[in-house]
Design a protein around this ligand. Sequence first.
Ligand code: GLU
Length: 412
Amino acid sequence: MSFLKSVLKQYDLVVDKLKLDDGVRERLRYPKRSLIVSIPIEMDTGKMKVYKGYRVQHDVTLGPSKGGIRYHPNVNLKEVTALAMLMSWKCALIQLPYGGAKGGVCCNPKIMSQKEIERLTRRFTTEIICAVGPEEDILAPDMNTNMQTMAWMMDTYSMQKGHTVLGVVTGKPLVLGGSMGREEATGSGVYYMVKESAKVIRKELKGLKVVVQGFGNVGSIAARLLFEEGCKIIAVSNSKGGIYNKRGINIKNLIQHVKENKKIADFPDVDNITNEDLLTLDCDVLIPAAIEGQITRYNANNIKAKIIVEGANGPTTPEADKVLHDKNVLLIPDILANSGGVIISYFEWVQDLQFYFWKESDVQQRLKEIMRNTFDRVLLLSREKKIDTRTAAWMLGISRISEAQKIRGLYP
Ligand code: GLU
């Protein structure tokens, strides 16, 4: 099943529970606006190559749309549409004044030079400029994009407007109106969610056995913060495969190793493990922080973790959700677990609009407060209604948007 199909299947289940009327249900099923653009750029060889890019704005009822830009060979309109929908539910669940959007370019940045990536970024930003802006649609990092990419986007937008506009992009470097804590935000949020979940199952963080799939910006930071708290990180992986040591991996050393060697392979004192085997290891906490569609009906039954905290967007399919719920696994769904990124993005945007910047401690305090509060609301609803936590989180998000739509009324 495609990722979009599985997201729509989940959507149908949730709106049935919410008993939304047909019009509202239909309206939120489709994005408000989808943009497909051609991005011609000159490669270092002097030849021209044309890439395909997308920006999908799913809903803007609660405010401007918000969401990241990913660069990946699998990016396509359906995937971006599904991810934009998830952003709508995520922003509404956290009660941010935002709708949801997502964008991406189908490319392989791992085989492109920095100059080629810069040209791609600048031309892509120019092609979607008609639909973005600090009050319309605000861009951010996602898979394979980073602070530098955001700086180029902000510069391109600003050059075309004729003045510097900080609030069109979040996830920028500090010197360009970025926020304290943004780079580590998603990983920090995942760490807070593991902490809260451990309390629920009455386990100490110290000695907790953790497995992390994906060692990028989200997985490596969550792993480091948990390692510093005394958790035993027994396995980690990236797209090429994983490493395992049942006594625990020294994550600080691993981060240094990855920095120097650009790979997790060949790290001392570990066994190699495939991504499939890693998911079903005996552990307390599993953090899927790579890509969508990893926990499926084929492997859900073999999962031994008591807690799953979804760092990635969409790592679990609806069939697997059911299996995990029946097995009593405490699952913290993506739209809550990885919301640290968009929460600090929101803080960054507020700071940019006010030209007034906050201390790191204020940022962390507010992030923690919002995430804990949302965690409590999701768990409470899931217990009250005897439903799984993903359904509860989606219900909270979708009902907020539909309530706002009802009060705004239908134009014209
Ligand atoms: N790409 C991140 C996400 O999926 C962050 C989005 C943002 O900061 O706007 O939530």
